[in-house]
Design a protein. Sequence first.
Length: 371
Amino acid sequence: MTPEELRSDIPVLERCTYLNTGASGPSPRRVLETAVETQRAHEYDRHHEPGPYAAAGETLDAARERIASFLGVSERELALTESTTDGINRIATAIEFEAGDVVVRTDLEHPAGILPWERLEAHAGVEVRVVETDEGRIDREAYAEAVSGARLVCFSALTWTHGTVLPVRELVETARDAGAFTLVDGVQVPGQRPLSLPDWGADAVAGAGHKWLLSPFGSGFLYVREESIADLVPASVGFKSVREPYGAYELSPDARRFEVGTTNVGTHAALAEATALLEAIGMGTVEARIERLTEELKERVPEGRLLSPRAFESGLVTVGVDDPEGAVERLGERDILVRTVPGVEGIRVSVHVFNATADIETLCAALAEEW
């Protein structure tokens, strides 16, 4: 498949200039049809043979295998979830925090990486330390000081506000040397570039399919490093969490302990199909096209208006405007879809492999009235 063929398979692109994949990526027909057909077959056919539960298990195991391969992890290390928020919460509630324990996050986290820790602060007496950043960058000395004595450290691999790529492996190593569990919000990375999650070295990585992977809402994953699984005891358990549902209570020895009960088979089959689609294009091709298009965008941004790095880091490009909320609304009236980001006087543009030079030109022509 070529980027042009992918573009022609995404219906919403016939009606608008879509530059908001960092919020939600539009699913191609091929991906959504997989979700619909999988769900249809499950409800219409599988209740007869081999039965709904066995059939669901087969479908989800096949999806797990495909998704794990795409992420470069073992199937034993992968739990299927609904979203990044879901995955982060499964970790946050699997550790027995005590009053005085320290959790560290940055000031650039999405609510998914903020609210679980605020809950622990309010109800368990946990101390939450927030590492301040500058234009999407972490001061390594301030970070090292913050993680000293911490129980858990949570940060994003790629900042949703500036599109900056953080030095994940180095940050993980610093936290691990301090004795902390490391949890990475990785949702903005898979689908943008080639990736092998174990290279980050994190104890756990949460992500979702509905952004750069172009899968529907409700498709997510939680990677837990094999060496870290046994130390985590999920707060929610069900027949999928244990070795034997009708036997003595014993958690599954692998990441399946983070799965609970019946799960939508269609969304996860769709996520598996989406990873196959991106691999058919080639992740090297995906990254190269994103880089070329972001370069075209940055060349058109006036001096002082580019809030993301000048050199390529990701498909997220934040551009300064005087009236961000109004600009998003006015662009929307012209069927150009972007978004604002909290705490930044600008709009965020998401550039994916299905975008084209014409999209960049359309955006910049409209933005000329905002600059």
